[in-house]
Ligand binder design. Structure first.
Ligand code: SF4
Length: 255
């Protein structure tokens, strides 16, 4: 097999696998276990249960949202929201932060994990925003992901929350866990789960689905001891009352 044939065959196999998963997802299983309910109907019920679901990172503009999202890697939104008021009071925009001494920025974000790395990153990111985009935050995925510390997930937070037009679905640890529990995906990797969600959720809900699942994960479908009894979709969830080990990260990678 040539080097060109190999990836083409792998891509074909992956596409067939995804198609099979999509089809299987709504069929009853012979084992007698509850089949996953159609995603859209379940999502509507979850939206009704969490009408206040939204991005909890405090921000005033696209720049603050982008910086807060970069800072939120391996940190909680609550922790980021404690650090950013002082940060943005001192350096409110890309031009100001690009010119900031890294040591001072380190001190401003010192309460967050990996703060040295994050401080360097947001200063460099700001510098590139000034150099490439006159200090503005771009509204295209391909431009956003070229910035340091900005992956597909961060880019889609900004595109969805600020610009209202995400080009994918944000898959964080809550979305990863709950989509597996609900039977919306058979995959475990965020990229594969995102593909499944993009196929099953209408595009106008790509931003909302992440916020709703994140709120559901924080309030009800907790990683440990999910409250299946009080869950509004326990009648259609294939993992109801046996979810403890579904969608959990293996203990060796848990931090
Ligand atoms: S029934 Fe339980 S496992 Fe299923 S979504 Fe609700 S809380 Fe999570």
């Amino acid at each position: 097999m040539s080097a060109i044939e190999k990836p083409a065959r792998a891509a074909k196999k992956a596409a067939a696998k995804i198609a099979a998963v999509v089809e299987k997802g709504v069929r009853p299983k012979r084992s007698g276990r509850r089949p996953p309910a159609p995603v859209v109907a379940t999502l509507e019920r979850l939206k009704a249960a969490h009408p206040d679901a939204h991005c909890e990172l405090v921000h005033r503009d696209a720049f603050q949202l982008l910086i807060a999202t970069v800072l939120s890697a391996q940190s909680t939104d609550v922790g980021v929201n404690k650090a950013t008021p002082a940060l943005f009071a001192k350096w409110p925009d890309a031009r100001a932060l690009a010119a900031a001494p890294v040591e001072e920025v380190e001190r401003a974000v010192a309460t967050l994990g990996m703060f040295r790395q994050k401080a360097r990153r947001i200063v460099e990111l700001s510098r590139l925003l000034v150099e490439r985009h006159r200090g503005a935050v771009p509204d295209r995925l391909e431009d956003l992901v070229k910035l340091p510390g900005v992956g597909r997930k961060t880019a889609n937070v900004v595109l969805g929350v600020w610009w209202g037009r995400p080009e994918g679905v944000v898959v964080d640890t809550h979305v990863q866990r709950i989509t597996q529990r609900l039977g919306w995906t058979k995959h475990t990797e965020p990229e594969d789960i995102e593909v499944d969600l993009m196929k099953k959720v209408p595009k106008e809900d790509w931003d909302a689905v992440a916020h709703v699942l994140i709120f559901h994960g924080r309030r009800i479908c907790l990683a440990q001891r999910p409250n299946c009894q009080g869950c509004p979709v326990n009648d259609v969830c294939p993992s109801a009352f046996r979810a403890e080990n579904v969608g959990r990260k293996p203990s060796r990678v848990r931090t």
